[in-house]
Design a protein around this ligand. Sequence first.
Ligand SMILES: [Zn+2]
Length: 277
Amino acid sequence: MTFYIAAYDTEAPKCLDACRAIVEMHKRHRMPATFFIVGKMLQADPDEYRRLLDDELFEIASHTYSHRMLRDNPFCGKQIGPADLREEIFRGKEEVEKTFPGRKCIGLRPGCSFEDGLKGAPDVLKLVSEAGYEYVSSQAWGPDFTLPAPLNQAFTYAQDGYPNLTEYPCHGWHDNVLKGTTKWPTPKRMLAFPPLFPQAVPDGFVKTPREEFQVNNKFFIDLAIREKAGYVSLIWHPWSLMKFDPKMEMLDITFRYVKEQALGTLTFEQMHRRAKG
Ligand SMILES: [Zn+2]
């Protein structure tokens, strides 16, 4: 069975308001989700985040402490130093656990993520393991940091010496790039040639929730079903969803489709527990 995992990179002050509309849509559809949240955002309004997200439908995981780069990313910047790495990794987890008492934060999604996840990054892996994370979701790009990200599936970091740490890559476009909600002053080299997924490359920024669904969400969900993939998980940012589509129509369309296709639905934590048996 292929599972669908809804997930959000919750990273900016505007994400809190967006989460209100997102949570409503999730409750309407009884759709689970993982919220990866930046520690500093939780610090700014812990009560409201707890009120909104302390629900059995949701997993709360870390999106680092303040969204600084755990590795080099050509679009988002250079890797930070060792002391800062430790703070991003450890304090991110602590803030989640402080805000949601009784819950263990087992997952980490780094800011912006990377082409190879954390493969070949012993400094980062060591800290992630020491902090007590059980999984990371850090692979969110195609070859040479292109988009959309392919349908890579879970693997462990055994080759790097961490067999107990699992990677869950995420898939498709970063929604803010596809819709142009992040304004870059110049065009960016984002596409592979030849393209890996020509049908998932529109002529320009997508303009409507329906188009977003067609070009990206439906494409990758259908691909996952065709390839009998274990799971598919798209890359969403609450602030960007809100800016483009305040009624969260895209979520409504997508969740309906997921149910029509009879996909299973889970959080990353549930996926991880299943895999571990
Ligand atoms: Zn982020």
